[in-house]
Design a protein around this ligand. Structure first.
Ligand SMILES: NC(=O)c1ccc[n+]([C@@H]2O[C@H](COP(=O)([O-])OP(=O)(O)OC[C@H]3O[C@@H](n4cnc5c(N)ncnc54)[C@H](OP(=O)(O)O)[C@@H]3O)[C@@H](O)[C@H]2O)c1
Length: 342
């Protein structure tokens, strides 16, 4: 088996123009492939990832098969290589769509593939039998023989962590999984897992957690402290708060027809609008979309390797990948955080 994502950047960006580090990057035309030059190492692994992971919970939900493939193409053709899915997304359809797309594009070796187990109704939890079955099912849907980063989707306190990590060790030794990540784990459980790794169990290398300008705890508390202390690669999700931090919802009327209306509505208040105003100001200074600034703020945070964000249409991808070219000044970070303090 060949390690994925660990090779130096390929030549997909050859001939791309020199860019000012802070200017928005073109995604099509001269910008195509530019992102292949942008890679970060994920935690203490040899995975080398584009610093914006493409979320895929929308595949089979708000993006059907053709739209999903177009979104994947747009991201990959720009130079993105980090795809985030889960066995439970659209009851497995997300993994299936990604598997078909990789098979068609013949690009499995170019992709760092992250999936999650533990939340699929057929194989719930993190007990040994469910884990092995879940991984086998994911491998089949993804049409691959290995998962680069396997997350435990949710903590499962009904199973001793030793059993979960022991099963993960077998999955790693059998070549089905390369590295482990934890999603929605508490700081305390990460500490417990690290203590077990000192006794020979495999290490958790990555953390996926809810973190955005509108949801700063627990990452800015003990979770961030522990993940930095352990050198985990952090992948924040909901950095766009279901689209609210793209700036497209400013009033109740904007919610009409949105599949995400119920999730977004709770941000339509003074606090949410104050954060949008601050994002507007910083976006104007960079001549960049509001969504890019919300994600660039995450990228300015210690420990963050790659926010996970999704698009329901290919053209939305541009603002996501564009975040990776934006360097916020210290003053801009302070301005955003002052607005975000409730
Ligand atoms: N580990 C976990 O427990 C967990 C939990 C949640 C999510 N995740 C991961 O994180 C990913 C991101 O979460 P998410 O997709 O639910 O929400 P999100 O990233 O906060 O919001 C993404 C949504 O915002 C809208 N959007 C994105 N770019 C836009 C643009 N440029 N202009 C306008 N609208 C734009 C799109 O929805 P519309 O077009 O429909 O408005 C898109 O689907 C998921 O796909 C999944 O991979 C993980």
């Amino acid at each position: 088996m060949r390690p994925t994502g660990s090779e130096p950047a390929r030549g997909r960006h050859a001939g791309a123009p020199e860019m000012h580090p802070s200017s928005p990057i073109p995604v099509m035309g001269d910008g195509a492939g530019l992102g292949a030059a942008i890679r970060r190492t994920l935690g203490d692994t040899d995975l080398s990832v584009f610093p914006l992971a493409l979320g895929s919970s929308v595949f089979g939900w708000t993006a059907q098969v053709d739209a999903s493939a177009a979104i994947l193409n747009r991201y990959y053709d720009f130079g993105g290589n980090f795809i985030d899915t889960a066995d439970s997304y659209s009851a497995g359809r997300s993994e299936h769509i990604i598997g078909q797309w990789m098979s068609r594009r013949r690009n499995r070796d170019d992709i760092v593939l992250a999936t999650k187990i533990g939340n699929h109704p057929d194989n719930p939890g993190l007990g040994p039998v469910a884990m092995v079955r879940a991984v086998e099912a994911s491998l089949e849907r993804l049409q691959t023989d290995h998962i680069d980063l396997l997350y435990f989707h949710l903590d499962d306190r009904s199973v001793p962590l030793e059993d979960t990590l022991g099963t993960a060790q077998w999955l790693i030794e059998s070549g089905k999984v390369r590295y482990l990540g934890a999603s929605n784990f508490s700081a305390e459980r990460l500490v417990e897992a690290r203590i077990l790794s000192a006794a020979g169990y495999p290490r958790i290398e990555a953390l996926e957690t809810h973190y955005s300008l509108l949801h700063r705890q627990p990452f800015e508390g003990d979770l961030g402290l522990v993940s930095r202390g352990q050198g985990l690669g952090v992948m924040p999700y909901f950095g766009l708060e279901n689209g609210f931090l793209t700036g497209k919802y400013r009033s109740r009327a904007d919610l009409d027809g949105s599949t995400r209306a119920a999730r977004v509505a709770r941000h339509l208040n003074r606090n949410g609008l104050r954060v949008l105003n601050a994002l507007d100001a910083v976006a104007a200074e960079h001549n960049a979309p509001v969504a890019s600034i919300a994600l660039a703020w995450l990228l300015a945070k210690a420990g963050v390797v790659a926010p996970v964000a999704s698009a329901s249409r290919p053209e939305q991808v541009d603002a996501l990948v564009g975040a990776t070219a934006i360097r916020l000044t210290r003053a801009q970070v302070v301005e955003l955080e002052r607005a975000a303090r409730a």
